[in-house]
Design a protein around this ligand. Sequence first.
Ligand code: ADP
Ligand code: MG
Ligand code: MG
Length: 211
Amino acid sequence: DVPMTAQDLLRVIADYQAVIAENRAYLIELDAAIGDADHGENLDRGMKAAVTRLAETDTPTPADVLKTVATALISKVGGAAGPLYGTAFLRAANAVTGKPELTGSDVAEVLRAGLTGLVARGKAEPGDKTMVDAWEPGVRAAERGVEQGRSMRDFLADAADAAEQGMLATIPLVARKGRASYLGDRSAGHQDPGATSSAMLFRVLATVVDH
Ligand code: ADP
Ligand code: MG
Ligand code: MG
């Protein structure tokens, strides 16, 4: 299995920024239905700041890349998503401090650490109609793949599929965390914006490794 380098992670972040910019209006539309119509704007601003800061960093390690994204998101994005994604990236960075590149099991650990950070920060459980509903099945699929000795390319493709299924499964749910929870039963019938942007992150990760 070819390890994941800091260069690969820089591509992940650049591609994710592009995907978020392309889907800015879509994420705003999803958030308009059950929130305050800013998720696309928040993430677009945060990822642009992350890419700008990364351009000023020379020869980063994988942990440096993840930490730079974390601090950009925490400082530039208000609302729920900035601190949530920021904590996820920070914990992910801390899981691989000092490693020059990441093996398959390191990548699964990075994803698990991100999810642990997300949950520590937001206290959401699976089924609460949040980002966790995409991350949790995505992380589990990655870990299962590592246990089964699958290649990074294969288990990240499985993780992206699982995250997308988790995203779609938020549609019928009633939100129990975040702004959408203020709507009560009226939050049902809408796809969660944060689960959507999270599934996009898993897909970008899989796509970069596949090329
Ligand atoms: P805000 O709700 O402050 O406007 P955003 O619109 O950027 O922030 O992000 C909303 C998304 O944040 C939701 O769709 C949901 O996925 C996620 N979210 C909100 N609260 C939590 C939480 N406690 N735990 C995990 N994710 C959450
Ligand atoms: Mg919002
Ligand atoms: Mg907001």
